[in-house]
Design a protein around this ligand. Structure first.
Ligand code: FAQ
Length: 312
């Protein structure tokens, strides 16, 4: 019977159809999705922290309002994604336990500090820009709940990218020399980390071939990275910042920009818990979870009381 189910599953995948929660799926497909979706959810949640640090220090009421809205959106993305992963039979408690114990991965990019206000703009422009580049193809992912969640997430990420770029444009076009230097400094520190967000080179990416075969990944790590570089170079020109890569140049024959070597040792050290802010990020997250315990307890007690009343 499993063979017939596998044949049906393969046919759906080959026809670019969608797999839904109640459909049969191979264990390895389920496991890969739980891995990727939960890591993605954790990234959204931990991703609130670097920018959250600036809410109380935003330079104007307008900037503060925008930043609060953006950070709240990231929390919402985390919630849709945890829900999508739950449809695969994993519990939220299990996923959170993985994050809080340091076992689960989340995006490397959130383990670097946000040292000045321009970092907030650069996160929007480059980090959300890279996130969208990676997430647009996920709207066509073979797993229905993940694909549908990504549609809304991408719309919101697009707003985030634009708010970041606009914030930087204001600093570059109307700012003081000091403010312009802050933007360049933030770009210098973040550029290479953003290129690493797309994951290891295709040749060193253990999950890619199977992910592509299953229609979870549609475009490879290296191809997405290239698309991001090509899209970002003209934006940097308009902004008037230099991307910190002496090897970055247009290659007429390839029809793409060439770029320099990414420091993969530094990337792996960060992924494996040894980046500059890993400990701080996890500690903040665990503390927030513990401080929110009374809210969860109260919500559960309220739900139990309502249920009891309905039964009477
Ligand atoms: N950081 O074989 P592959 C955001 C791990 S956007 C940490 O290539 P795969 C929005 C990978 O998990 C950021 N770990 O793996 C936002 C695997 O480890 P495992 C989140 C990384 O899955 C913006 C190992 O390396 N977006 O949050 C990273 O085929 C601003 C081998 O790699 C997503 O998660 C990394 N950068 O491809 C929020 C998108 N790269 O699990 C706030 C969904 C790789 O075998 C503010 N995810 N690893 O132990 C994906 O598209 C894929 O999972 C990739 C990795 C492309 C990230």
């Amino acid at each position: 019977a499993d063979e017939a189910r596998q044949t049906h599953f393969d046919a759906v995948i080959d026809a670019d159809g969608k797999i839904e929660p109640r459909d049969w799926m191979p264990d390895a497909y389920r496991k890969t999705l739980v891995r990727q979706i939960s890591q993605h959810a954790h990234s959204e949640v931990v991703g609130m922290l670097p920018e959250g640090n600036w809410i109380s220090r935003a330079p104007s009421l307008k900037r503060k309002t925008i930043l609060i809205a953006k950070v709240q959106d990231e929390a919402g993305h985390g919630l849709y994604l945890y829900s999508a992963a739950e449809t695969l039979g994993t519990s939220r408690d299990q996923m959170l336990e993985g994050l809080h114990s340091g076992k689960a991965k989340y995006s490397s990019i959130f383990n670097y500090p946000t040292l000045n206000w321009a970092d907030v703009g650069v996160i929007g422009w480059l980090v959300d820009g890279a996130a969208i580049m990676n997430q647009i193809p996920l709207c066509r992912c073979s797993y229905g709940p993940y694909a549908r969640a990504m549609i809304r997430v991408c719309k919101e990420e697009s707003f985030h990218q634009r708010q970041g770029y606009e914030g930087l444009l204001v600093m570059m076009q109307r700012g003081t020399a000091e403010q312009k230097a802050m933007v360049q400094d933030a770009v210098n520190r973040t550029w290479w980390k953003c290129l690493a967000m797309f994951g290891p080179p295709d040749a060193d990416s253990p999950n890619s071939a199977q992910g592509m075969r299953w229609g979870i990944k549609r475009i490879s790590n290296d191809d997405l990275r290239q698309k991001f570089v090509d899209a970002t170079v003209p934006q940097a020109e308009v902004l008037g910042v230099t991307l910190p890569d002496p090897d970055l140049k247009w290659n007429e024959a390839r029809g793409h920009h060439d770029y320099g070597q990414i420091d993969w040792d530094e990337f792996w050290a960060t992924v494996n818990g040894h980046g500059p802010c890993n400990k701080e990020r996890l500690a903040t997250r665990v503390k927030a979870h513990e401080q929110g315990r009374w809210v969860r307890d109260a919500a559960l007690a309220h739900a139990a009381k309502q249920q009891q009343r309905q039964q009477k």
